[in-house]
Ligand binder design. Structure first.
Ligand code: IDP
Length: 162
């Protein structure tokens, strides 16, 4: 319909994506960036960091009671992480599709986890699972000043703008 063609309210949606320590060690940073870029999403923040226990405790607050929680924190602090913020129409949901199921055994071929991982505790990448979750996670991992607002010259080809 005309209204769905012209509704761009979701264009500014943002999500947090992170190449986890195993993904960095396995030289998958470029592969991950390539997949999000070629889809048409816009990179608005990027940094490499050694995540602290404090940051990860906030990031994974909902998993604190899980039996795998301490090994998850050990894994996530085992080396550098590359954190990114991607922007675009429905980027939260589309990122989860690009990333694939949490358990690589269930992740479809063609997804990042389905193509590059075999075990749930070394699944290469993180992507926020809801718009509210994304807002919360972005504010944990990035300062406002680290996020860059820009419009690509291909914007009119990626979106239906007359
Ligand atoms: P998500 O990363 O797909 O959003 P969550 O359920 O939020 O999945 O779990 C966060 C991370 O915790 C997973 O990506 C994975 O690395 C780890 N994890 C989740 N479930 C298990 C498990 O059963 N065993 C070991 N690690 C797990």
């Amino acid at each position: 319909s005309l209204s769905s063609d012209t509704d761009f309210s979701g264009i500014k949606e943002r999500t947090l994506v992170a190449v986890k320590p195993d993904g960095v060690q396995r030289r998958l940073i470029g592969e991950v960036i390539k997949r999000f870029e070629q889809r048409g999403f816009r990179l608005v923040g990027l940094k490499m960091l050694q995540a602290s226990d404090k940051l990860l405790a906030q990031h994974y607050v909902s998993l604190q009671r899980k039996p795998f929680y301490s090994s998850l924190l050990y894994y996530m602090t085992s080396g550098p992480i590359v954190a990114m913020v991607w922007e675009g129409h429905n980027v939260v949901r589309s990122s989860r599709m690009l990333v694939g199921d949490t358990d690589p055994a269930e992740a479809a071929p063609g997804t990042i986890r389905g193509d590059f991982s075999v075990h749930i505790s070394r699944n290469v990448i993180h992507a926020s699972d809801s718009v509210e979750g994304a807002e919360r996670e972005i504010s944990l991992w990035f300062h406002r000043s680290e996020l860059i607002d820009w419009e690509g010259c291909d914007h009119k080809n990626i979106y239906h703008i007359i």
